[in-house]
Design a protein around this ligand. Sequence first.
Ligand code: PLP
Length: 502
Amino acid sequence: MPTPSTAPGSLDPDDWRAARAQGHRMLDDILDYLEDIRERPVWQPAPDAVRRKFRAPLPLDGCDLQDAHLSFMQDILPFSVGNAHPGFMGWVHGGGTVVGMLAEMLAAGLNANLGGRDHVPIEVEAQVLRWVIELFGFPGDASGLFLTGSSMANLIGVLVARTRALGAEVRSRGVARLSPGLVAYTSARAHGCIAQGMDLAGLGREQLRAIPVDADGQMDLASLAAAVAIDRAAGLTPFLVVGTAGTVDTGAIDDLTGLAALARRERLHFHVDGAFGAMAMLSPALAPRLRGIELADSIAFDFHKWLQVPYDAGFIVVRDRELHLRTFATQEGTYLSRGERGMSAGSPWPCDFGPDLSRGFRALKTWFTIKVYGAERLGGMIARTCELARHLAQRIGETPELELLAPVSLNIVCFRHVGTYDAAGDEDTLDALNRNLVVALQESGTAAPSSTVLDGRFAIRVALFNHRSSVREIDALLDATLALGRSLCASSSISRAIGSTL
Ligand SMILES: *Cc1c(COP(=O)(O)O)cnc(C)c1O
């Protein structure tokens, strides 16, 4: 007996069979995109005509799903930043996987809200937390949760440290009434979100000291100890040190064991920004480089970078569960009251450990990724991106027109085109050449590095995070860099610096 499958006003399909067929077409199209991605340019600029299509007025009448899908295929898909493409080597972007994508679709269908209540999706998140605890050698009762990304996770780290320093009463009385002049420390190469965390926590960006780094890009521990002593002598209260496991510029890893010892001696909260680098724990070859991370009081990291989980999937893990809870839990809101049984059981809820009440099921795509690929294969993939970086560094070393600008610690390579031998000394000219080169590479669609500035020198920055990248893409990048570098040199005022080698 047919039962009506839609309620009046419901947004469900009138024709489930047609919706199913359309859904399968959409799935096929996006699988085609991933399977054939090497045939596409990494990135291409969006024409104005395409951008104008996204300035339409609010649609009063809807359109067919099929038409919206067509718009996606024509106007959105070709003009994304291209981080799924193996030639994408800019910033710190994961490439995503088919497994993660399919899991995300299941999560959207279930439409679970992981703020709280008693359901197994929260068990899935707790399972991922237990894996994280195992990976980092944290105590079994450590707490943690998914967030959008490491920017938020680092903010949580700062807030937990603030509770430790000022007590939970800071939440009601405010920083201004309690502040004894809290000061935090991180390296000069730390990510900008650490300063943002100090800002959002009401502690002030100026209360974060940028400690100089050594030639390897690691925070200088003697300078750190000196800065703490100076601040104490000035009557300030040092409360937090943030180490970086994988700096965004060059992939440098701070001496985490040394930082942990100093933090203990000085009674500072020891937080690690492991945004991408922390996932190197999955590779037995790389994990020893992160020694000391197990001593952290909290770690922020992302599954959406090196682990390839589709955006977004950041995470924070905190050693002291009570401290974490005291930073966020409230007794307010009768609509959020907890029970022993029924759906309001299972307290504390994830919303007691962070600022979000409504939370998506980020855990599912992460659980699928780790379960389907397994830790060994994921660790191997991470190690391979580091091998590619070493291959690139070696080829740069063999090429007179190119110069390596920083030691290669993990999977990030910073270099520049030097024009020719007699260009040496004219740094402005080289900066201009390399600045143009990065844009030309991106516009070529062949390879898409990004850039940074190291010790005042403009660098082409190649960050190998994509599991699809291979030696082929590295060699294509080098060929394109040399060819474009040659034509840029020939066509611009800097040609005066060009000798016979080009
Ligand atoms: C990417 C990154 C961040 C910021 O993380 P999001 O996930 O982009 O918010 C922080 N620190 C480092 C070292 C990073 O690489």
